[in-house]
Design a protein around this ligand. Structure first.
Ligand code: TYM
Length: 346
């Protein structure tokens, strides 16, 4: 059986990169897999409270990400939607994995280096440990597939290394406990579609991100039709018309990005978009992109807004999801304790 796990941080400004790089694939995978989609609130608090916004903002953002999952078409009855802090096993397994992962492995994590910047002495220990908690999220469900954007590839690879080391270190006990050759499956990153790395609308060499100070750099999932249109019209481009083949996009990051966004929203490969728009000026292409983006995203924003207002419903989805997630996670923790020799009540 194949199981999917993925998570999104409730840190505000859910944007088109999160949607096209991750959520669109979450929705697709529910047709073929059992899926757990998690609002990772324990990850959100790895930056200072002034950055994640404090308690009121966190509550609001947890509900907003949940609303985005449901509004995008994830079925909370068939799949599991929940927030991380309601399932204590995430933090519990993270401790065990902390004792498996090597300092040298974490020192190679590029996202930590970017986020920590120059003031290393002053970032939280949690920020450093972020990738181990992420490994725990995935492994506590023994998930086999992890749909993510390109920027999370290294973290999923670390998860595989941690899983493999656990399997090797305890191979005899794993077999003795009746789990065969390996306990944790090595999870595969699923990084697919034409928008695995959506770039800033102001600078095609920078990733679209929640934390960019310019709101014009990203399309937020809560933006209305006017805001979407304005941001696309103002998006940086170059003076050439669109090429008709993909290799013509290579030295043109802004053009590549807008074509990728169009392709992902239309559900087509970039080559088809270029076959249609090759030779066109950006002004004409952008009008088409505005129409497409508004038709796909404005209804999503409206539904998110409606659901975010219904906190009783959203909270009940999270509580129900957590109850179902906990059953799986508790089974893993029991097995891990038995494998490692921790005595427990039977
Ligand atoms: P977060 O909240 O930063 O991002 C959520 C998802 O959005 C993807 N993403 C993008 N995809 C394409 N273009 C972009 N510009 C872009 N920006 C973000 C991310 O790759 C991610 O898939 N560490 C994870 C959260 C997490 C997680 C997990 C994911 C915690 N535990 C376990 C998978 C499995 C993160 O970066 O979230």
């Amino acid at each position: 059986i194949e199981r999917v796990f993925s998570g999104i941080q409730p840190t505000g400004n859910l944007h088109l990169g999160n949607y096209l790089g991750a959520i669109v694939n979450f929705v697709k995978m529910q047709e073929t897999h059992n899926c757990l989609y998690c609002v990772v609130d324990l990850h959100a608090i790895t930056v200072p409270p002034a950055v994640w916004g404090g308690p009121d903002e966190l509550r609001r953002n947890i509900r907003e990400v949940t609303a985005a999952f449901i509004a995008s078409g994830i079925d909370p009855k068939k799949q599991i939607i929940f927030n991380q802090s309601q399932v204590a096993e995430h933090a519990e397994l993270a401790w065990v994995l902390n004792c498996i992962a090597r300092l040298g492995w974490l020192n190679r994590m590029t996202q930590f280096k970017e986020k920590a910047g120059k003031d290393r002495e002053n970032v939280s220990v949690g920020l450093y440990d972020y990738p181990v908690l992420m490994a725990s999220d995935i492994l506590v469900y023994r998930a086999t597939h992890v749909p993510v954007g390109e920027d999370q590839k290294q973290h999923v690879e670390l998860t595989r290394d941690i899983a493999q080391k656990f399997n090797n270190d305890f191979s005899a006990s794993i077999a003795a406990q009746g789990f065969g050759e390996a306990y944790f499956p090595l999870p595969e990153p699923v990084i697919t579609g034409p928008a695995t790395r959506v770039m800033s609308l102001r600078d095609g060499t920078k990733k679209m991100s929640k934390s960019d100070p310019s709101d014009y750099s990203r399309i937020n999932l809560t933006d209305d039709a006017d805001a979407i249109a304005q941001k696309i019209r103002k998006a940086k481009t170059d003076p050439e018309p669109l090429p008709s083949e993909e290799k013509g996009l290579e030295p043109r990051p802004e053009a590549d990005n807008l074509v990728g966004i169009y392709a992902a929203l239309a559900g087509k490969p970039k080559s088809e978009v270029l076959a249609e728009f090759g030779g066109a000026q950006f002004s004409g292409f952008k009008s088409n992109l505005v129409d497409l983006a508004v038709s796909k995203l404005a209804p999503l924003a409206a539904e998110m807004k409606r659901l975010s207002g219904d906190t009783a419903y959203v909270d009940s989805v999270l509580a129900d999801g957590a109850d179902r997630a906990r059953v799986i996670a508790a089974e893993t923790m029991t097995a891990v304790k038995d494998i490692m020799g921790m005595v427990r009540k039977k």
